[in-house]
Design a protein around this ligand. Structure first.
Ligand SMILES: *Cc1c(COP(=O)(O)O)cnc(C)c1O
Length: 384
């Protein structure tokens, strides 16, 4: 068997042609492909506006800025995520607070968030960063109600879940990042994610005000010719740096790859769901535990996570069999950087117990049926 990773990109002839076309055009950055990618991505996700940026971390940073995170801000997130979900608050000087996960789903537990909010006077916290971990859509309807009660904003980290949705109690579907319940949502186009652009990220929103801020922050805080927001106008050369922003612009090369990849996003998602279904069947009734998926939820399966007793032994064994699984995630509060703030082992027992047992199996659209059967038989052989 060839080495099987836990995730990898899929690049087609069409993708290559799309990038070459940009290389031979007039624009390498900030040409027509960026806007096309934004418009098509917004349509795919069901949001009004989309802003493409250099990567998912830049998307988080600009979002935290646009939401006004400052040294006075306290923001709640989950310990089971990629560190960037928390780091974006620190970039703006804010304080990160964690709440434990629900062991049934691996997602931030709304009951734990509620308890944390109740322990402090109203106004203590300013926002929540829920994560659609692994591709499992967070119940943002419930989080919205809680956020409204406490005057909080929601920044949805939807990196794992483009195309996923949950159904609310009235039967309405809410797609991850569609802007219906969170102020902002962000995505990453890192090669292991659903859509690969090399480096790339996107912010989606239904708020015109936040959209305009994000456009400004993405490009040095500058406002250019043609914008009604210019304070003065001295002529064709004139632009204004109105605020301190960054250069987080994506290139036309990356955006062209994104447009091409987006055309296959729905097919890739279907394939991921089919792979998950086969894993589910294979592990049903065995010692290999999987998350419980609630009804009305369409899981986007960036990851397929199992939980087993001898996780390290299984990880090491699978490597000898050319199967390269991964662990998502080491709890963020236990990272040495966050331990400096006083977080420590024992703070979030569910997240820590999960970390001790979790393993992400190969999950990507080009995984073949025979590769998957090989992975399954090696795992079942090991645990039985
Ligand atoms: C990948 C990822 C990010 C960061 O995206 P980059 O494009 O790698 O910067 C943020 N949050 C989550 C949950 C991720 O998986």
């Amino acid at each position: 068997m060839n080495p099987i990773p836990y995730g990898t990109q899929h690049i087609t002839e069409e993708d290559v042609a799309a990038v070459v076309e940009v290389l031979q055009s007039k624009f390498l950055t900030q040409g027509p492909k960026v806007r096309e990618f934004e418009d098509k991505f917004a349509a795919y996700i069901g949001a009004k506006y989309a802003v493409a940026v250099t990567n998912g971390t830049a998307a988080l940073h600009l979002s935290a800025m646009a939401l006004g995170v400052s040294a006075d801000s306290k923001v709640i997130t989950t310990p089971i995520t990629f560190s960037a979900s928390a780091n974006c608050i620190r970039y703006c000087g804010g304080e990160v607070h964690f709440a434990d996960i629900d062991p049934e789903t691996g997602l931030l537990d709304i009951q734990k968030v509620k308890k944390l909010l109740e322990k402090h006077p109203k106004g203590t916290f300013s926002g929540i960063v829920p994560v659609d971990f692994g591709g499992y859509p967070v119940d943002l309807k419930a989080f919205r109600e809680l956020a409204d009660e406490y005057g909080l904003w929601i920044l949805e980290d939807a990196c794992h879940a483009p195309g996923g949705f949950f159904t609310d109690t009235t039967g309405q579907k809410h797609y991850c990042g569609d802007g219906s319940l969170a102020e902002l949502a962000i995505f990453s186009f890192h090669p292991v994610k659903h859509i690969a652009t090399g480096e790339g990220g996107m912010i989606t929103t239904n708020s015109e005000e936040l959209y305009k801020k994000l456009l400004k922050y993405r490009s040095h805080g500058m406002v250019y010719q043609g914008s009604p927001d210019l304070i003065e106008n001295h002529g064709g050369w004139y632009m204004e740096m109105q605020e301190l922003g960054y250069n987080y612009r994506i290139s036309d090369l990356n955006a062209a790859l994104g447009v091409s990849q987006l055309e296959r996003a729905a097919t890739g998602l279907n394939r991921r769901q089919a792979i998950a279904k086969r894993y589910d069947e294979a592990f049903h009734g065995t010692k290999v535990n999987t998350f419980h998926i609630k009804s009305g939820v369409s899981h986007a399966f960036h990851l397929y996570v199992i939980q087993v007793e001898k996780r390290k032994e299984l990880y090491d064994y699978l490597r000898t069999r050319n199967i390269f699984t991964q662990v998502h995630y080491i709890p963020v509060h236990l990272m040495p950087y966050y331990q400096n703030f006083g977080w420590k082992k024992g703070d979030f027992p569910h997240a820590e117990a999960y970390y001790n047992r979790c393993l992400s199996l190969p999950m990507f659209p080009t995984l073949t049926d025979s590769e998957q059967e090989y992975v399954i038989s090696e795992i079942l052989g090991f645990v039985s």
